[in-house]
Write a protein that binds this ligand. Structure first.
Ligand code: KG4
Ligand code: ZN
Length: 342
């Protein structure tokens, strides 16, 4: 049961992914993005599911070709069954069920957030258990204490927008294209992070809130534009640097609390926002100051991808955790270890 060959499919949001895991190694990791959302300023669920429908077969074929694996060699089919956009999840799930049925192989259902966290175990350098993971993406912001694979306790989470959304919505307020995170990161390099400051929201425990911050930015920009209609254009780099610092420092406040309270020795960041250069720098600095080992998965495993789904499926296969063909997708986060479902 230990070194299976697994095809994994990911379609929870706007990236269609397929990957092959074999003998514990990722042999291929195909991600097909969707450009339409870029032009429309955000993910449009109906368009996303239709595009998955067009791409899922191509992604799977490509993953098999790149891995030099044929269908007959597969031991199981894995798929993301939540959280995510319902229509998008249904495409991947229906495809995976059909394939599992046709090949008479087990189906493995994988939680997308577990996969982001366990992406740390793809590649040569992995954290030791227990480790703390700051999961930051366009849809999720969580502080997760990982005691062992699939034994994850969510210590805190956002009560409204995700950190990636704060980047994206902030960028939109400044007239930058979607997704705004990479744009802000790029422009911030020429800006002064101390030029403008925004107060951190007060939220209990390890939880976060980003929607008030975004509103504060919006009102600030509107007020400044009443004085100078070119305020954004004239201060764009400083605005980006200050906004990036605000989000990064706010994320670090709760992260540092959790590190201290839980005596953390191994710390990781995962999800698309883990690409942010300021956040990465802050996490590495914290590691140096506190003598903590820090980890960031390779970028292709931080953004949405099927390799991370395959990685989790490998653990589940070892424990014979298979899903019935009647399994349904879910759109919201699963509550983990008695922590409230936010
Ligand atoms: O994990 P991901 O690819 O998809 C989701 O599951 O959401 O994350 C996408 C998010 C977007 O909000 C994007 O703006 C953000 O990650 N992002 C960044 C950077 N690169 C991607 N945010 C800040 N700085 C970056 N360099
Ligand atoms: Zn994701």
């Amino acid at each position: 049961m230990n070194s299976p060959t697994i095809l994994a499919i990911e379609s929870s949001c706007d990236d269609t992914g397929a990957a092959i895991l074999s003998q514990g190694n990722i042999l291929s990791n195909v991600v097909m993005g969707q450009q339409a959302h870029r032009l429309l300023g955000g993910v449009v669920p109906e368009l996303a599911s239709r595009d998955h429908q067009r791409k899922v077969t191509l992604a799977v074929e490509e993953a098999l070709i790149r891995a030099k694996i044929h269908m007959g060699q597969l031991d199981a089919i894995a798929v993301t069954n939540g959280p995510g956009l319902l229509g998008s999840l249904l495409v991947g799930l229906a495809f995976a069920k059909g394939l599992a049925l046709a090949l008479d192989k087990p189906l493995i259902a994988v939680d997308h957030l577990d996969a982001h966290v366990l992406a740390h175990f793809i590649g040569p350098r992995s954290p030791q258990f227990p480790f703390l993971c700051l999961l930051v993406s366009g849809g999720h912001t969580q502080l997760v204490l990982v005691r062992k694979p699939l034994c994850h306790e969510v210590l805190g989470a956002t009560i409204d927008d995700a950190a990636g959304e704060a980047f994206d919505k902030g960028a939109k307020c400044m007239g930058l294209p979607y997704p705004g995170g990479p744009e802000i990161d790029r422009l911030a390099k020429q800006g002064n992070p101390l030029a403008f400051s925004f107060k951190f929201p007060k939220v209990q425990g390890y939880h976060y809130s980003f929607s008030g911050l975004k509103t504060a930015l919006l009102y600030f920009l509107q007020a400044q534009q009443r004085e100078d209609k070119d305020f954004i254009k004239n201060n764009l780099n400083d605005l980006c640097a200050s906004w990036q610092k605000t989000i990064g420092d706010y994320l670090m406040t709760k992260l540092e609390m959790a590190v201290r309270d839980h005596g953390i020795q191994h710390l990781g960041i995962a999800g698309g926002v883990a690409a942010n250069s300021y956040l990465r720098q802050k996490v590495v600095e914290l590691g140096r100051q506190q003598g903590i080992e820090t980890y960031v998965p390779a970028m292709e495993y931080c953004v949405d991808n099927a390799a991370m789904i395959a990685q989790v499926a490998g653990y589940k296969y070892g424990q014979a955790q298979f899903a019935p063909l009647t399994i349904e997708p879910y759109t919201r986060n699963l509550p983990k270890s008695g922590v409230m479902d936010l």
